[in-house]
Design a protein around this ligand. Structure first.
Ligand SMILES: *Cc1c(COP(=O)(O)O)cnc(C)c1O
Length: 363
């Protein structure tokens, strides 16, 4: 039985998986239509020459950009493509006129490779206080801090890579803008998953995760009225992938974005309720956190290699999840976690199987 009303339709639009795919946060499963949009264009490139083929599809490429833009609250002309979220961040930082050694404030869920991009550019990184044990950024504390000091920008991972906590991005943008501070949002784990019209100055993300677009394409968008001077230059990119991300985004729009987000939130709650209290594993989000990213702390004493062995055993029994090491969120502590990220077609039996498998591995 599907956990969501959308499950059957979403499942029928895709190849039959050979395992319980509970790993949308690594890469979601693309639809037939998305795969067809990509492969048809690759054929056209070989028939007509890649540049002619792109010109032939100018209207479709524009429509792809527009549908993605609508999901993230930007205008189509503000969107440009890169080959990953990380490349999008680099494009953004390279095109940004910042002072020497700029100051950036981040949440404790900040993605490790983003921190590496800041550090190699000699940014001074400071982490924001949290309002609870789960790691939500404390917006009141931020508002206070901003009265005394303004960083060059605030960078928020809307959802990080090792926690299902959804950061209160809209409130962060509101208090930051009151203080004249620009906000950049990493949407790699949020686009296609939770509401992503944020009002932020710049946003970026990737196609392959919750949007279930192809691997190898990311996007970045900067508002024309951004509180920062950012000129993201044009870059060569994967044209077939642009059509693929457009198709994937249009499927979210057709299902109804708000419906997709609320169904994924429901799936997150069902998954956490199912996995809560099993052996000495511990669900790390509030049970009703509105995301479908669920993380579990392993039993006490388990290290990274135990967790990877557990993930491998789950895969042998046909269940795909992630063993998430601490490099993903180095400011959040030294606890590796098991990351379970079902998409819309998860079934109750799959969660039961996962729960039973975990139970036998705990103590
Ligand atoms: C996956 C991820 C990224 C990087 O995305 P790529 O497309 O692999 O570069 C950035 N931030 C977060 C929070 C992620 O989960």
């Amino acid at each position: 039985m599907y956990c969501s009303e959308l499950g059957e339709q979403w499942h029928a639009a895709r190849v039959e998986p050979s395992l319980a795919h509970l790993d949308a946060a690594s890469a979601g499963r693309s639809s037939h239509a998305t795969i067809d949009a990509i492969t048809a264009h690759l054929h056209r490139e070989a028939e007509r020459g890649a540049y002619v083929a792109a010109d032939d599809r100018a209207v479709d490429l524009e429509a792809s950009r527009a549908v993605l833009a609508s999901l993230i609250g930007h205008r189509p002309e503000e969107v440009s493509y890169r080959d990953s979220a990380r490349a999008a961040l680099r494009g953004l930082l390279n095109g940004w006129t910042l002072p020497m050694s700029p100051i950036v404030w981040v949440g404790k869920n900040e993605f490790g490779p983003n921190l590496a991009e800041f550090e190699r550019r000699d940014f001074a990184v400071r982490s924001l206080p949290e309002s609870d044990v789960y790691g939500h950024i404390d917006v009141d504390a931020l508002e206070n801090m901003l009265q005394f000091e303004q960083p060059d920008f605030i960078h928020v991972c809307h959802i990080g890579s090792a926690s299902g906590v959804v950061q209160p991005v809209e409130q962060i943008v509101a208090v930051a803008h009151d203080a004249g501070v620009p906000v950049v949002v990493d949407m790699a784990q949020s686009v296609g998953h939770v509401p992503t019209v944020t009002g932020a100055d710049a946003v970026y993300g990737t196609a392959r995760k919750w949007l279930t677009g192809p691997r190898g394409i990311g996007f970045v968008a900067v508002r024309p009225d951004a509180r920062a001077t950012i000129d993201v230059f044009f870059s060569e990119s994967f044209i077939a992938g642009q059509l693929g991300i457009g198709q994937a985004a249009s499927e979210v729009v057709e299902l109804g974005p708000d419906r997709v987000y609320s169904e994924l939130a429901t799936i997150g709650r069902i998954t956490r309720e199912r996995l809560h209290g099993i052996g000495s594993w511990e669900v790390l989000e509030p049970l009703d956190e509105p995301s479908a990213m669920v993380t579990l702390a392993p039993p006490p004493g388990w290290g990274s290699s135990d967790l990877h062995a557990a993930k491998a055993r789950l895969l042998e029994s046909g269940i795909l999840v992630t063993a998430a090491d601490t490099w993903r969120a180095p400011l959040a502590g030294d606890q590796p976690v098991l990351r379970v990220t079902p998409h819309l077609d998860v079934r109750r039996e799959q969660l039961d199987d996962l729960a039973n498998a975990i139970r036998t591995m705990g103590y």
